[in-house]
Design a protein around this ligand. Structure first.
Ligand code: SF4
Length: 380
């Protein structure tokens, strides 16, 4: 898949958008800067190449690093074909189904780590609510909300390097009750896990653990110095050894190169996670990356296509930042990905759930619960 031409990418996006943070801070797209992504050369390709690549992926071909780079560098003129080819893979494995997820920030802030993208880190000055683990009542209320929002998975997130004993005990108490009352799948994100901690989560009924690799091993020291990439890989292995489903994804737009994104996709493909959330950096004021406006909607779409080609059978989730960075291309994102969060993110607000349901309905997509679509959901 050799590129024929190289064109400099020029973007003229001027769409202002503001995402208010429910806990105080506001994120505004700098009109003069947002959407620029001039670092990356674009390649114009002969028609049909992505379609052929989709054919091969459907026959079991595993994406190579050259192919991954070609997807990320493809010219905007090739984007319709790329999306169509990625949609073909999506449709093969997921049809019209979409998985909905609801997130609760069950413990916020006070983290000793220094992840530069995170508003909850020890080096962040972002104005967010900080609190210890919520009581059972709040976490159960979140589960009820997840159920009401037709979510299949309830994602319980705890800030911090790793769970404390009392966090684990609380999860062991709450998770069985949620499973019994609402039948939701439970995903826990609680930092590093030892094999025995992962086993405890498995034993109490947790279905899945989230632990993001975030970026490539090469770029990782640029965004965090308090732990190693290898620490994250070790937790992924502990999750697998415990027999838990794995959710692991990345954050795009932190200053990494397209090659770092390609490397992340291929590294994740080795783990074959059941779910891969792709976050587009929300540069939260007060964090070290507050000025990092590196993305435009078309590049975000190419990133989603890359992960679809690299992980054809995986639940590919458009996570934080989809409203801010995909903007009017969000529906195209759902022709590639098959999962979203409904509602707010950890410390920033998402769009109204009603807007998400309307988007799904307009696209003819159906929320999925326990392998079946939601009864009575109107897709007319
Ligand atoms: S370990 Fe998690 S909560 Fe702590 S700073 Fe990093 S991303 Fe934020």
């Amino acid at each position: 898949m050799n590129p024929l031409n190289i064109n400099p990418l020029k973007t003229q996006d001027t769409h202002p958008m503001e995402i208010p943070n429910s806990q105080a801070c506001k994120v505004s797209v700098p009109i003069s800067e947002q959407g620029e992504h001039c670092l990356y050369a674009n390649f114009c390709l002969p028609a049909g190449l992505f379609w052929q690549l989709a054919d091969r992926v459907l026959q079991g071909h595993r994406l190579t690093s050259d192919e991954a780079a070609t997807i990320l560098h493809c010219a905007d003129e090739n984007l319709p074909e790329l999306v169509a080819a990625a949609h073909r893979i999506r449709h093969q494995f997921f049809g019209r189904r979409v998985q909905l997820n609801v997130l609760i920030n069950a413990k916020s802030g006070y983290c000793p780590e220094d992840c530069s993208y995170c508003s909850q880190s020890r080096i962040s000055r972002a104005e967010i609510n900080k609190y210890d683990l919520l009581d059972d009542e709040h976490i159960l209320a979140g589960a009820e909300l997840a159920h009401d929002r037709q979510a299949k998975t309830y994602c319980i997130v705890l800030s911090g390097r790793k769970p404390r004993e009392r966090d684990l005990k609380a999860l062991e108490r709450i998770v069985p009750e949620i499973r019994q009352r609402w039948g939701l799948q439970i995903c826990i994100s609680a930092g590093f896990l030892s094999p025995s901690e992962a086993k405890r989560l498995k034993d109490c009924g947790v279905n899945r653990v989230n632990h993001n690799l975030n970026t490539s091993e090469r770029f990782y020291p640029q965004i965090c110095t308090t732990h190693l990439y290898e620490d994250r890989l070790a937790t992924l292995r502990a999750v697998r050894e415990a027999g838990l489903e794995l959710c692991s994804g990345g954050i795009i737009g932190m200053g990494e190169s397209p090659e770092d994104v390609a490397t992340l996709a291929l590294t994740l493909a080795e783990f074959q996670p059941e779910a891969v959330p792709i976050n587009f950096l929300i540069p939260i004021p007060g964090t070290p990356l507050e000025a990092d406006w590196n993305l435009n909607p078309r590049y975000c779409l190419k990133v989603l296509c890359l992960f679809r080609f690299a992980l054809p059978r995986t639940e590919l989730r458009i996570a934080a930042g989809r409203e801010l960075h995909l903007r009017s291309l969000q529906p195209l994102g759902l022709w590639v990905a098959n999962s979203i969060f409904v509602g707010d993110y950890l410390t920033t607000k998402g769009q109204a759930p009603e807007a998400d349901y309307q988007m799904l309905q307009d696209l003819g997509l159906e929320p999925e619960i326990d392998g079946s679509t939601v009864p009575g959901h109107d897709t007319a």
